[in-house]
Design a protein around this ligand. Structure first.
Ligand SMILES: NC(=O)c1ccc[n+]([C@@H]2O[C@H](COP(=O)([O-])OP(=O)(O)OC[C@H]3O[C@@H](n4cnc5c(N)ncnc54)[C@H](OP(=O)(O)O)[C@@H]3O)[C@@H](O)[C@H]2O)c1
Length: 247
Protein backbone atom coordinates (compact mmCIF):
# COMPACT_ATOMS: atom_id res chain seq x y z
CA UNK A 1 0.00 0.00 0.00
CA UNK A 2 1.22 3.49 -0.82
CA UNK A 3 2.74 5.37 2.08
CA UNK A 4 1.85 8.89 3.21
CA UNK A 5 4.19 11.81 3.82
CA UNK A 6 3.21 14.99 5.66
CA UNK A 7 5.21 18.07 4.65
CA UNK A 8 4.97 21.50 6.33
CA UNK A 9 5.89 24.59 4.35
CA UNK A 10 4.75 22.83 1.19
CA UNK A 11 3.52 25.92 -0.67
CA UNK A 12 6.89 26.80 -2.22
CA UNK A 13 10.57 26.00 -2.49
CA UNK A 14 11.87 22.79 -0.97
CA UNK A 15 8.51 21.73 0.50
CA UNK A 16 6.73 21.95 -2.86
CA UNK A 17 9.74 20.52 -4.70
CA UNK A 18 9.95 17.52 -2.36
CA UNK A 19 6.19 17.00 -2.74
CA UNK A 20 6.67 16.77 -6.53
CA UNK A 21 9.50 14.25 -6.19
CA UNK A 22 7.65 12.11 -3.63
CA UNK A 23 4.43 12.14 -5.70
CA UNK A 24 6.44 10.85 -8.66
CA UNK A 25 7.52 7.97 -6.41
CA UNK A 26 3.86 7.17 -5.62
CA UNK A 27 3.56 8.56 -2.10
CA UNK A 28 0.28 10.05 -0.87
CA UNK A 29 0.78 13.55 0.48
CA UNK A 30 -0.52 15.65 3.36
CA UNK A 31 0.58 19.20 2.60
CA UNK A 32 0.24 22.36 4.66
CA UNK A 33 1.32 26.01 4.70
CA UNK A 34 -0.36 29.43 5.03
CA UNK A 35 -0.88 30.18 1.29
CA UNK A 36 -3.92 28.13 0.29
CA UNK A 37 -3.90 29.10 -3.43
CA UNK A 38 -0.36 27.76 -3.79
CA UNK A 39 -1.37 24.50 -2.11
CA UNK A 40 -4.48 24.19 -4.29
CA UNK A 41 -2.43 24.67 -7.46
CA UNK A 42 0.13 22.11 -6.31
CA UNK A 43 -2.57 19.57 -5.39
CA UNK A 44 -4.12 19.93 -8.84
CA UNK A 45 -0.74 19.66 -10.56
CA UNK A 46 0.18 16.48 -8.67
CA UNK A 47 -3.20 14.76 -8.96
CA UNK A 48 -3.26 15.47 -12.71
CA UNK A 49 0.15 13.90 -13.16
CA UNK A 50 0.23 11.02 -10.69
CA UNK A 51 -2.30 8.62 -9.16
CA UNK A 52 -1.73 9.72 -5.60
CA UNK A 53 -3.98 11.25 -2.96
CA UNK A 54 -3.03 14.81 -2.02
CA UNK A 55 -4.70 16.48 0.94
CA UNK A 56 -4.04 20.14 1.76
CA UNK A 57 -4.68 22.23 4.85
CA UNK A 58 -3.94 25.80 5.81
CA UNK A 59 -1.51 25.92 8.73
CA UNK A 60 0.46 28.73 10.29
CA UNK A 61 3.04 26.82 12.32
CA UNK A 62 3.36 29.70 14.78
CA UNK A 63 -0.21 28.93 15.88
CA UNK A 64 0.99 26.06 18.00
CA UNK A 65 -2.40 24.53 18.89
CA UNK A 66 -3.26 24.37 15.19
CA UNK A 67 -0.12 22.33 14.50
CA UNK A 68 -1.45 19.54 16.74
CA UNK A 69 -4.96 19.76 15.31
CA UNK A 70 -3.88 19.76 11.65
CA UNK A 71 -1.43 16.88 12.12
CA UNK A 72 -4.11 14.81 13.92
CA UNK A 73 -6.68 15.61 11.22
CA UNK A 74 -4.25 14.41 8.54
CA UNK A 75 -3.58 11.25 10.55
CA UNK A 76 -7.29 10.51 10.81
CA UNK A 77 -7.78 11.16 7.13
CA UNK A 78 -4.99 8.84 5.97
CA UNK A 79 -5.05 6.30 8.84
CA UNK A 80 -1.25 6.21 9.02
CA UNK A 81 1.33 8.93 8.45
CA UNK A 82 4.59 7.23 7.55
CA UNK A 83 6.89 10.25 7.41
CA UNK A 84 6.62 13.83 8.65
CA UNK A 85 8.96 16.47 7.25
CA UNK A 86 9.39 19.51 9.50
CA UNK A 87 10.29 21.95 6.75
CA UNK A 88 8.42 25.27 7.24
CA UNK A 89 10.91 28.04 7.85
CA UNK A 90 11.83 31.64 7.18
CA UNK A 91 15.13 33.15 6.09
CA UNK A 92 14.49 36.60 7.50
CA UNK A 93 17.07 38.02 9.84
CA UNK A 94 18.94 41.20 10.67
CA UNK A 95 22.32 42.10 12.18
CA UNK A 96 22.26 41.78 15.95
CA UNK A 97 22.10 45.03 17.92
CA UNK A 98 20.72 47.14 15.09
CA UNK A 99 17.17 47.51 16.42
CA UNK A 100 15.52 44.55 14.69
CA UNK A 101 14.72 42.26 17.62
CA UNK A 102 11.16 41.67 16.36
CA UNK A 103 12.33 40.27 13.03
CA UNK A 104 14.95 38.06 14.68
CA UNK A 105 12.46 36.90 17.30
CA UNK A 106 9.99 35.91 14.57
CA UNK A 107 12.74 33.92 12.83
CA UNK A 108 13.64 32.14 16.06
CA UNK A 109 9.98 31.42 16.75
CA UNK A 110 9.11 30.06 13.30
CA UNK A 111 12.30 28.09 12.84
CA UNK A 112 12.65 26.70 16.34
CA UNK A 113 9.58 26.92 18.61
CA UNK A 114 7.26 26.04 15.72
CA UNK A 115 9.59 23.18 14.75
CA UNK A 116 9.37 21.97 18.35
CA UNK A 117 5.56 22.03 18.13
CA UNK A 118 5.74 20.06 14.86
CA UNK A 119 8.15 17.50 16.37
CA UNK A 120 5.91 17.10 19.43
CA UNK A 121 2.83 16.59 17.26
CA UNK A 122 4.69 14.20 14.94
CA UNK A 123 6.19 12.04 17.67
CA UNK A 124 2.83 11.87 19.45
CA UNK A 125 1.37 10.34 16.28
CA UNK A 126 4.35 8.04 15.75
CA UNK A 127 4.24 6.79 19.36
CA UNK A 128 0.60 5.75 18.88
CA UNK A 129 1.38 4.13 15.51
CA UNK A 130 4.61 2.64 16.95
CA UNK A 131 6.31 3.60 13.69
CA UNK A 132 7.21 6.62 11.62
CA UNK A 133 10.04 8.68 10.17
CA UNK A 134 10.60 12.19 11.48
CA UNK A 135 12.65 14.40 9.16
CA UNK A 136 13.89 17.75 10.42
CA UNK A 137 15.16 20.27 7.88
CA UNK A 138 18.07 22.12 9.47
CA UNK A 139 20.72 23.88 7.34
CA UNK A 140 24.45 23.93 6.69
CA UNK A 141 24.32 27.23 8.55
CA UNK A 142 23.85 25.16 11.72
CA UNK A 143 27.54 24.15 11.60
CA UNK A 144 28.81 27.42 13.12
CA UNK A 145 27.65 30.79 14.39
CA UNK A 146 27.33 33.10 11.40
CA UNK A 147 27.50 36.90 11.07
CA UNK A 148 25.28 39.58 9.55
CA UNK A 149 21.65 38.70 8.75
CA UNK A 150 22.37 35.01 9.38
CA UNK A 151 23.13 35.02 13.13
CA UNK A 152 19.61 34.23 14.39
CA UNK A 153 18.80 31.97 11.42
CA UNK A 154 21.96 29.88 11.95
CA UNK A 155 21.25 29.66 15.69
CA UNK A 156 17.66 28.51 15.04
CA UNK A 157 18.90 25.85 12.63
CA UNK A 158 21.53 24.63 15.13
CA UNK A 159 18.72 24.44 17.70
CA UNK A 160 16.49 22.26 15.52
CA UNK A 161 19.43 19.98 14.70
CA UNK A 162 20.11 19.53 18.41
CA UNK A 163 16.42 18.96 19.07
CA UNK A 164 16.27 16.27 16.37
CA UNK A 165 19.31 14.55 17.88
CA UNK A 166 17.68 14.60 21.31
CA UNK A 167 14.52 13.02 19.90
CA UNK A 168 16.68 10.40 18.15
CA UNK A 169 18.39 9.66 21.48
CA UNK A 170 14.99 9.37 23.16
CA UNK A 171 13.71 6.97 20.50
CA UNK A 172 16.81 4.81 19.98
CA UNK A 173 15.91 1.14 19.54
CA UNK A 174 12.29 1.95 18.64
CA UNK A 175 10.65 1.66 15.19
CA UNK A 176 10.56 5.49 15.05
CA UNK A 177 13.43 6.94 12.98
CA UNK A 178 14.71 10.51 13.08
CA UNK A 179 16.74 12.16 10.28
CA UNK A 180 18.39 15.58 10.43
CA UNK A 181 18.93 17.13 7.01
CA UNK A 182 21.47 19.88 6.43
CA UNK A 183 20.80 21.48 3.02
CA UNK A 184 23.40 23.74 1.45
CA UNK A 185 22.33 26.72 -0.64
CA UNK A 186 19.34 25.84 -2.85
CA UNK A 187 17.80 28.68 -4.88
CA UNK A 188 14.22 29.26 -3.63
CA UNK A 189 12.01 32.17 -2.51
CA UNK A 190 13.91 32.08 0.80
CA UNK A 191 17.08 33.44 -0.78
CA UNK A 192 15.42 35.19 -3.73
CA UNK A 193 17.31 38.31 -4.73
CA UNK A 194 20.52 37.22 -3.03
CA UNK A 195 23.71 37.47 -5.10
CA UNK A 196 25.29 34.20 -6.26
CA UNK A 197 25.49 31.92 -3.25
CA UNK A 198 28.42 29.57 -2.56
CA UNK A 199 27.93 26.18 -4.28
CA UNK A 200 24.23 26.98 -4.95
CA UNK A 201 22.04 24.55 -6.89
CA UNK A 202 18.63 25.11 -8.46
CA UNK A 203 15.40 24.00 -6.78
CA UNK A 204 14.88 20.87 -8.87
CA UNK A 205 18.44 19.61 -8.34
CA UNK A 206 18.24 20.40 -4.64
CA UNK A 207 14.88 18.69 -4.13
CA UNK A 208 15.97 15.57 -6.02
CA UNK A 209 19.03 15.34 -3.78
CA UNK A 210 16.91 15.93 -0.66
CA UNK A 211 14.44 13.19 -1.54
CA UNK A 212 17.22 10.75 -2.41
CA UNK A 213 18.83 11.43 0.97
CA UNK A 214 15.56 11.28 2.96
CA UNK A 215 14.54 7.95 1.37
CA UNK A 216 17.57 6.33 3.01
CA UNK A 217 16.33 7.49 6.45
CA UNK A 218 19.82 8.56 7.47
CA UNK A 219 20.72 9.87 10.93
CA UNK A 220 22.16 12.97 9.23
CA UNK A 221 22.58 14.07 5.63
CA UNK A 222 24.41 17.01 4.09
CA UNK A 223 22.62 17.88 0.83
CA UNK A 224 23.89 17.86 -1.87
CA UNK A 225 26.53 15.65 -0.27
CA UNK A 226 29.19 17.11 -2.55
CA UNK A 227 30.55 19.61 -1.63
CA UNK A 228 28.63 20.08 1.63
CA UNK A 229 29.92 17.02 3.54
CA UNK A 230 33.57 18.15 3.39
CA UNK A 231 32.59 21.83 3.64
CA UNK A 232 30.65 20.97 6.82
CA UNK A 233 33.70 19.33 8.35
CA UNK A 234 35.82 22.34 7.38
CA UNK A 235 33.23 24.80 8.77
CA UNK A 236 33.49 23.18 12.19
CA UNK A 237 37.24 23.72 12.51
CA UNK A 238 38.12 26.77 10.40
CA UNK A 239 38.65 30.18 12.02
CA UNK A 240 35.60 32.45 11.92
CA UNK A 241 37.13 34.83 9.35
CA UNK A 242 37.19 31.96 6.83
CA UNK A 243 33.76 30.56 7.80
CA UNK A 244 32.39 34.10 7.34
CA UNK A 245 33.14 33.86 3.62
CA UNK A 246 30.28 31.34 3.24
CA UNK A 247 27.69 33.83 4.48
N1 LIG B 1 16.79 27.25 0.28
C1 LIG B 1 17.91 27.01 0.95
O1 LIG B 1 19.03 27.32 0.49
C2 LIG B 1 17.83 26.32 2.29
C3 LIG B 1 19.04 25.88 2.85
C4 LIG B 1 18.99 25.26 4.08
C5 LIG B 1 17.80 25.08 4.73
N2 LIG B 1 16.65 25.53 4.17
C6 LIG B 1 15.41 25.33 4.91
O2 LIG B 1 14.47 24.70 4.08
C7 LIG B 1 13.15 25.02 4.52
C8 LIG B 1 12.32 25.46 3.32
O3 LIG B 1 12.86 26.65 2.82
P1 LIG B 1 12.76 27.08 1.28
O4 LIG B 1 14.12 27.38 0.81
O5 LIG B 1 11.94 26.12 0.55
O6 LIG B 1 12.02 28.49 1.42
P2 LIG B 1 10.61 29.02 0.85
O7 LIG B 1 10.49 28.78 -0.60
O8 LIG B 1 10.52 30.43 1.34
O9 LIG B 1 9.56 28.11 1.59
C9 LIG B 1 9.29 28.23 2.95
C10 LIG B 1 8.02 27.49 3.25
O10 LIG B 1 7.76 27.61 4.65
C11 LIG B 1 6.43 28.04 4.80
N3 LIG B 1 6.27 28.85 6.00
C12 LIG B 1 6.97 29.95 6.38
N4 LIG B 1 6.48 30.44 7.53
C13 LIG B 1 5.43 29.65 7.86
C14 LIG B 1 4.48 29.66 8.90
N5 LIG B 1 4.51 30.60 9.86
N6 LIG B 1 3.54 28.70 8.93
C15 LIG B 1 3.50 27.74 7.97
N7 LIG B 1 4.35 27.69 6.95
C16 LIG B 1 5.30 28.63 6.90
C17 LIG B 1 6.08 28.83 3.55
O11 LIG B 1 4.68 28.75 3.30
P3 LIG B 1 3.62 29.91 3.50
O12 LIG B 1 4.32 31.22 3.35
O13 LIG B 1 2.59 29.64 2.45
O14 LIG B 1 3.10 29.67 4.88
C18 LIG B 1 6.82 28.05 2.49
O15 LIG B 1 6.04 26.99 2.02
C19 LIG B 1 13.30 26.10 5.58
O16 LIG B 1 13.21 25.52 6.86
C20 LIG B 1 14.72 26.61 5.35
O17 LIG B 1 15.29 27.16 6.51
C21 LIG B 1 16.63 26.15 2.96
Amino acid sequence: MAKTILITGASSGLGAGMAREFAAKGYHLALCARRLERLEALKQELENQFSVQVSIKVLDVTHYDDVFTVFKDFQQEFGTIDRIIVNAGVGEGRRIGKGHFEINRATAETNFISALAQCEAAVEIFRVQNKGHLVVISSMSAMRGLPKHLSTYAASKAAVAHLAEGIRAELLNTPIKVSTIFPGYIRTELNEGAKKLPFEVDEKTGCRALVKAIEKAPIKAYVPQWPWLPVGIAMKILPLKLVNKLS
